[in-house]
Ligand binder design. Structure first.
Ligand code: SAM
Length: 320
C-alpha cells in the first residue's frame, strides 16, 4: 500500500493559541458563542460519524444519493486529476467521487482533525492502492496553501459544512477558495436546503442523545486543553430553527447558575441559570441564494442537483 503524506500547515501551537483566543472572545461576550471547529477532536469526529447514521439525520444520506447519481457527470464535467476536499472528515461519501474520477488521481483531504484524516487515508488506500493522498491538517477558514498537484482540480466541500459559517464568513471563505483556483478548476459544494421546521429540528436533536454528546464535547475539549472545570451535566443540549436567518442553532443551556474556571486563560465565566452558549449554526439554503453567493465570490455557477426528495443540493461551479 502506498504511504500517504501528512502535512501540518499550522504552526505547532496554532491550534492551542486559536482555541485560547476563541474561548476568551466567545465566553466574554454576550450572547456567548464558540466556533464549531472545536467539536472535532478524535471523540468529536467519532460522534459526528455516529450522527450521520442516525435515522433522522438525513443530510448525509441525501448527499450520498446525489453523489451516487451524479459522480460520473461530475467526473465528465470537471475532468479533474486532483480532488481537494475541505473538511473531509471520514471521506466516506468521497469514495463515490474517487471511483468515478480518472486515474492517476491525487486526493488532498483538508481537516482540523488529525485522527479523521489518518483514519480516512488508511481506509481509502486499502481500497485504492494507486491513489496519491496528501492530507493537510489545516483550518479552511485561514489562508490555505495547497501542495502542487496536477490540474484540473476539483475542490469539494461536502456535508453542508459551509452552513456552519456565518454569511460574512461564507463570503470571505468562498472568495479565498476562488483565489486558490486556476481557470478550468471546479468547485463542488453540498448545501442542506430550507424545509419544514420539525424535520430540521429532529435532525439536530435525536432521542438517543448522540447530538447532545457531540454538542457537549466542546466543553470536554476546553476542560482538557485549557484545564477548565466545565461539567457537561450542568448544560442541556438545545437545537432550534431561526426562521429569520434560516439556520439551525445548536446551543448549550445552563441548567442552574454555573461558574466555570479556566485557569489557562486566568478567566472565570459565570452562566446564569437558563443562559445559552451558541456552539453551531447550520444554515439552510435556497438555489438562488447559493448561486448568488458563488457568483459574488467570482465563480460561474453551473449544475444544481438535488436528491429525489429535494432535501439537499450539490452545486458545481467553475473558476471561470
Ligand atoms: C459536518 S462535518 C462533515 C464531514 C464530511 N465532509 C461529511 O460530509 O460527512 C465537518 C468536518 O469539517 C471539519 N472542520 C470543521 N471546521 C473546520 C475548519 N475550520 N478547518 C478544517 N476542517 C474543519 C471537521 O473536523 C469535520 O471533519
Amino acid at each position: 500500500m502506498r504511504p500517504f503524506q501528512l502535512t501540518r500547515t499550522l504552526p505547532e501551537d496554532a491550534t492551542g493559541a486559536a482555541l485560547r483566543a476563541d474561548v476568551l472572545h466567545g465566553l466574554t461576550r454576550a450572547p456567548k458563542s464558540l466556533p464549531p471547529k472545536w467539536f472535532y477532536d478524535a471523540r468529536g469526529s467519532e460522534l459526528f460519524e455516529e450522527i450521520t447514521r442516525l435515522p433522522d439525520y438525513y443530510p448525509t444520506r441525501a448527499e450520498r444519493e446525489i453523489l451516487a447519481d451524479r459522480a460520473a457527470d461530475i467526473a465528465a464535467a470537471t475532468g479533474a486529476h486532483t480532488l481537494v476536499e475541505l473538511g473531509s472528515g471520514s471521506s466516506e461519501k468521497t469514495r463515490l467521487l474517487l471511483d468515478a474520477l480518472p486515474t492517476p488521481l491525487t486526493y488532498i483531504p483538508v481537516d482540523v482533525s488529525e485522527s479523521a484524516l489518518t483514519g480516512a487515508a488508511d481506509g481509502l488506500l486499502a481500497d485504492h492502492p494507486d491513489l496519491r493522498v496528501h492530507a493537510l491538517i489545516a483550518d479552511f477558514t485561514r489562508v490555505l496553501e495547497l501542495p502542487e498537484a496536477p490540474g484540473p482540480r476539483l475542490v469539494a466541500f461536502l456535508g453542508g459544512t459551509i452552513g456552519n459559517l456565518l454569511p460574512a464568513e461564507r463570503a470571505e471563505f468562498l472568495t479565498s477558495v476562488r483565489k486558490l483556483m486556476a481557470p478550468g478548476d471546479s468547485l463542488l459544494i453540498g448545501t442542506d436546503l430550507v424545509k419544514e421546521e420539525s424535520v430540521l429540528v429532529r435532525a439536530y436533536d435525536d432521542p438517543t442523545g448522540v447530538t447532545a454528546a457531540f454538542n457537549k464535547n466542546v466543553l470536554d475539549v476546553i476542560d482538557r486543553e485549557l484545564d477548565a472545570d466545565f461539567d457537561p451535566d450542568d448544560f442541556d443540549h438545545v437545537a432550534l430553527w431561526n426562521r429569520e436567518e434560516e439556520w439551525i442553532e445548536m446551543r448549550l443551556r445552563a441548567r442552574r447558575d454555573v461558574v466555570v474556571k479556566i485557569p489557562e486563560l486566568d478567566l472565570v465565566v459565570p452562566f446564569a441559570a437558563g443562559e445559552e452558549l451558541r456552539t453551531e449554526i447550520s444554515a439552510k439554503f435556497r438555489e438562488e441564494g447559493v448561486r448568488a453567493e458563488l457568483s459574488a465570490a467570482g465563480f460561474v455557477p453551473g449544475h444544481w442537483w438535488t436528491d429525489a426528495a429535494g432535501r439537499f443540493a450539490l452545486s458545481l461551479a467553475t473558476a471561470g
